[in-house]
Ligand binder design. Sequence first.
Ligand code: FES
Ligand code: MG
Length: 588
Amino acid sequence: MTDRKLRSRDWFDNPDDPEMTALYLERYLNYGLTPEELRGGGPIIAIAQTGSDLSPCNRHHLVLEERVRDGIRSAGGIPLQVPVHPIQETGKRPTAMLDRNLAYLSLVETLFGYPIDGVVLTIGCDKTTPACLMAAAAVNIPAIALSVGPMLNGWHQGTRAGSGTVIWLARQQLAAGEITPDQFMEMAASSAPSVGYCNTMGTASTMNALAEALGMELPGGAAIPAPYRERGQVAYRTGARIVEMVHADRKPSDIMTREAFENAIVVNSAIGGSTNAPIHLNAIARQLGIELTNEDWQRIGHHVPLLVDMMPAGRFLGEDFHRAGGVPSVIGELMRANLLPHPDVPTANGLTMRQCYEGTGIIDAEVIRTADAPLLEEAGFLALTGNLFDGAIMKTSVIDEEFRSRYLSDPADPMAFEGPAMVFDGPEDFHARIDDETLGITPDCILIMRGAGPIGYPGGAEVVNMRPPSYLIREGVYAMPCIGDGRQSGTSGSASILNASPEAAEGGGLALVRTGDRVRVDLNVGRVDMLVPAGELAARARALEAAGGFPVPPSQTPWQAMFRREVTPFTAGMGLRDGPLFQDIARK
Ligand code: FES
Ligand code: MG
């Protein structure tokens, strides 16, 4: 306990302004709260509720909230539910990513504008986690995250069916005529056997693990499956802990330091985390005035080995990961191998990473490997550049043997390949034309997707991991090189070159490439170039400008229009364009 004046007292117990105090109080009393509770009963704790019928991945938070409330009460706090703008990854059109900044902005307004002393962030489905962490970081009141947990393992005909990953497989089988649409439906549904978020190491599992790696969850809180009893227990403890954090004034800026982000980058490599993670972490860091770049991701993360054998990079699912030890085992192992750069940073529970995780051990070494016998020696992202874009990333941990032998095994030119470009303008164009045999797509083509970035397809489409044409799949070509200014699902096992910035709609090099141009990808030097003379590129740029620039479809909603005006490229986190940096809002 401390005698520091709580923020909420400014509303509910302000002797200098008794009239406003009365006005603020009276409506909060109308469902049974008492003046004693609100004026002197301890910190007001918001439970930022991301679950709803529209957000099924996080819906179990509505149940867990009861345990969070119990925990808050047990420690002397007053819980208030705060609804968060719904985000559901697969249901929101045109893309859930468009709403990450909207949920962030609205939660900032809520946390800033109401009498709230601390907040429990109920995280889960992909964008809910960064939206909540961005808001807490900007407002900078004490905050702790509670993961809803992954779904149980999915099973289809005796094998594990992972969220998303089974969809990519079913799509190939449907395109090859091996299954019917009904069987497609059955395979898809098999991967979702319970409440919780995607059970693969997609963006949801990644971001929940990274919230723990950043120190923003209780240790061990990330990976417990949603229906397990420990999930309710950690909900209670999270509620109790946030009250202590308010008394100690332990703020997001005390926990999410540059060192904490560097730890998270290393953990992301070790778990085989999603290619959406750099976008989100770069955005969260900027709320705290920390400039995190894709080059940081390569420098800090590329050499880190892959320890977790989980789809899409590996074989197992969320339940297996939890039973093998989850995030604590991964961090403990990284520490044992001296790979965690900053073990002495603080976490939400008041202890350092070292105190929380040292010596945790691995329970199942099939699922979580030791650093001496990893699944892969170097599992992090490559940060690429060239004349097609200034910045893009590639997840090397998902390059499989087939891809490696087809594209990256020329002894005279290892880790590099060249081929003619096949250009698609957005996902609709891709779906309309990919199976057209007259395009003459061969396995040495490089598929290019543009018009899919934050401005071109507001929010950025998860479409860069393009499948080959059906006729090539039938010949056994399951993956081709893809480059694009959109994103890819974290559940995809495709070794695509993603998040290219600036995007075509912003005048990036991708706007100038044409079908048939030769493109060279050289991973040795980290470059991707169209082999087109500079004079020709300049002529194309002039012609494009004369034609009014790269075509962008009209905005469908007011938010899409605002988003397009304000958004930064993926490399900067797809946040808000320059202007005053809003940080530490509650203290200004
Ligand atoms: Fe919500 Fe995957 S779709 S967690
Ligand atoms: Mg996704």
